[in-house]
Design a protein around this ligand. Structure first.
Ligand SMILES: Cc1cc2nc3c(=O)[nH]c(=O)nc-3n(C[C@H](O)[C@H](O)[C@H](O)COP(=O)(O)OP(=O)(O)OC[C@H]3O[C@@H](n4cnc5c(N)ncnc54)[C@H](O)[C@@H]3O)c2cc1C
Length: 388
């Protein structure tokens, strides 16, 4: 195993992003936007002007060429100010750029990838449902009699950013009598299509947007909206579970890592300013140890995250490593952030500090995008641990 310094262009990218975050995402504004469930489009526009949305898009379609190490570094840096911009960035560069590049038809690539690279298009995932696990989804799609359209009926839950997305990537059951896992299709549904209703779900975490129930009643879209075209009918599960999923697992993982970095920085700084019993609290051994534990765990997370990212970046098999990263980092960053909150005492839960948002945001990370238990199942299965 080799260890090398981070590539020069990524060091420069981080530097640019740190200056961008300091200038464009003032803490008070981010706190206000979080209260309002808002991410300002005009600030995302400025981020896109830095060219970062093209980091998942091939050069022939106007991108920078696929550079996952750099794209993950973008999510990492932005997430140190929460998900206010890293959220929309995922909906553009990752959900859009990766899926369309991997699975899009020539027409889908030609039409959408240049816009994704410019940061002009967003995609939202419609996978979860109120009463079904992913393998048993109930949202139903059928082809029209003349075969030119797809008609969708059903309800998706937790569609984050669906009110701002150009397309919702809907996992639908396209063959109720069909064999399990060979009966699903990915259909791109515009949120403003006739028959689509969005109903916001209030929630305490990742408030850069709303997450919605999406109710679809006889929603009709052209067959050209099938991801990969009509020939990919009933192939959605394989497309969802392929290489793109390995990278998807790293998205929330990177956000969790970025948030934990910010929490450690805030607690580290606060502990030097806050005095109790005649000295800064960082001079009390118990607090020193808490801070050092947090930093050490963070370092372990960093190694795991960037090792798994490097495997994905270089096209090596990494479904076990990406699941391990999701499991370990999301669980460990939860511990880190709660420790940092304790170091800040009551102020770690109070308005005016970022810590209370870090706490709210981090508790969801071991759940969203495949829970820790599901990652354990994946790892055991992938490593062929017998279950009987
Ligand atoms: C803020 C937020 C945003 C989200 N955004 C999106 C989105 O944009 N698109 C989308 O499709 N979904 C989204 N989700 C949904 C998210 O991915 C799911 O919440 C997650 O996959 C877990 O599903 P669940 O909440 O239904 O939990 P459940 O599946 O009901 O699980 C509940 C508990 O049981 C455990 N469990 C369940 N099955 C097993 C098993 N087989 N073995 C062991 N343990 C098990 C789980 O680990 C968990 O601890 C979002 C969720 C939140 C909170």
């Amino acid at each position: 195993m080799n260890f090398a310094p981070e590539a020069e262009h990524i060091i420069m990218l981080r530097d640019t992003l740190r200056r961008f975050v300091a200038a464009e995402l003032p803490r008070e504004k981010v706190q206000q936007w979080d209260r309002e469930h808002h991410s300002p489009p005009e600030v995302f526009r400025k981020l896109a002007d830095l060219g970062v949305c093209g980091l998942t898009v091939p050069e022939e379609y106007g991108g920078q060429g696929r550079d996952l190490m750099a794209a993950v570094a973008v999510v990492d840096e932005l997430s140190r100010r929460g998900m206010v911009l890293s959220g929309p960035y995922l909906h553009s560069a990752f959900y859009g750029g990766l899926n369309i590049t991997a699975h899009g038809t020539d027409t889908q690539k030609r039409e959408w990838l240049p816009r994704i690279a410019r940061g002009e298009m967003f995609f939202s995932y419609g996978l979860s449902e109120p009463d079904a696990d992913l393998a048993a989804i109930k949202t139903r799609a059928r082809l029209s009699d003349d075969g030119t359209a797809v008609i969708v009926n059903g309800t998706k839950r937790w569609c984050t950013f669906s009110e701002r997305a150009d397309y919702l990537i809907m996992l639908v059951n396209s063959d109720p009598q069909g064999e399990r896992y060979k009966n699903m299709t990915l259909v791109l549904v515009p949120p403003d299509a006739p028959g689509v209703t969005l109903e916001p779900i209030d929630h305490m975490n990742i408030r850069y947007t709303l997450s919605n129930d999406v109710i679809m009643e006889d929603v009709t879209v052209p067959v050209e909206n099938i991801l990969g075209g009509p020939e990919r009918w009933n192939q959605g599960w394989g497309m969802l579970m392929g290489d793109v999923l390995d990278i998807e697992k790293l998205e929330i993982t990177t956000v969790a890592y970025g948030i934990a970095c910010a929490a450690v920085d805030e607690a580290w700084q606060y502990s030097q300013e806050r005095r109790q019993f005649g000295k800064p609290i960082c001079a009390h051994q118990a607090v020193r140890h808490q801070l050092v534990d947090a930093k050490t765990k963070l370092q372990a997370c960093r190694h795991m995250l960037y090792h798994a990212t490097w495997l994905a970046h270089t096209g090596q098999p990494c479904s076990v490593e990406t699941s391990m990263a999701k499991l370990f980092i999301c669980d460990t960053t939860l511990e880190i952030v709660l420790t940092c909150q304790q170091v800040m005492g009551a102020y770690g839960l109070a308005e005016g500090y970022d810590m209370e948002r870090h706490v709210r945001d981090i508790v969801g990370m071991p759940i969203i995008g495949g829970s820790s238990n599901i990652q354990k199942n994946n790892i055991a299965n992938r490593l062929r641990l017998p279950s009987k």
